[in-house]
Design a protein around this ligand. Sequence first.
Ligand code: ADP
Ligand code: TRP
Length: 322
Amino acid sequence: MARILTGITPSGTLHIGNYFGAMRPAIELQTRGEAYYFIADYHSMTSVTDADARRRFTHGIALDWLACGLDPARAVFWRQSDLPEVCELMWLLGTLTPMGLLERAHSYKDKTAKGLAANFGLFAYPVLMAADILLYDTNLVPVGRDQKQHVEMTRDMAVKFNQTYGETLVVPEPEIRADTALVPGLDGQKMSKSYGNTIEIFGDEKVLRKKIMGLVMDSRTPAEPKPDADKNLAIQLLRLFTPAEVALDYETRLRAGGLGYGDLKKALFEHYWNFFAAARTRRAELAANPGHVEAVLRDGAQRARATASQVLTRAKQACGLG
Ligand code: ADP
Ligand code: TRP
């Protein structure tokens, strides 16, 4: 049975890009293999340096995953830092990772280009991510397109390890959904916590309505036909929340002329808000019982450790450690 693994970094509040790019595919896959899903709190240290904020984001993301359908009876669900074994595997992999490979990482290049001061953690991030994946003999990694290169780097590291020390590590594959690989943000760029252009999965209704009603459109009047309706940002987002024919109906009306941007954005908000209604109720119930969430994560860490310790022992033996 395939082992499926993914992680989300607790560096902010989760948005619909995280949901469609990573969470929903992962939740769908939990019935089709052995699912290993974790909260990448070590990874958050490259961007968050406030301990309380990290705790709050980590707890929030645990609630989000559970509310959106992660089933802890099926999936192993844990907090990355509860298994520091991952840092040990990171060292083994790091000693085989060429500087040039890490220098080519898009996320590192983007972040330093945006002025983020580079430190060792940011540079080594792909090695930690590779350790996350390889520590669990992972076959499939459901992620958004922005993480594809990191999974490819993970494959390179696994192959290099196997060439150096003999067949030890499983070489994983990324799983990227073409339709939701890149959810656009409020500004039309990739939606990302770090770009301030997000629509959160959960949050205050008024704030979220204001965000969606504030989507910038062009100055064409409602009556004008819009031949480029398929590229309209509100239509692109609407497609995520409605059956294809409903989004197509709005697109056709926008193209023909007669549908105003205000009405389109109102419809988008309603579809978005209803889409997460059941999850919102579940999240409120879970939030009222923080002990339960903590127990789920502890139990997950124990189950994760059973696999991690076997793989780490195998890797250490292969290199002549211990
Ligand atoms: P962010 O860019 O907001 O910090 P993360 O890097 O923590 O998001 O991403 C967590 C997961 O969500 C990854 O699998 C990533 O590929 C996916 N993801 C993030 N943003 C998007 C997006 N706009 N569209 C599709 N998937 C996304
Ligand atoms: N780097 C990923 C991100 O920012 C999160 C992550 C950490 C991850 N470790 C992982 C995703 C392992 C998949 C597998 O989105």
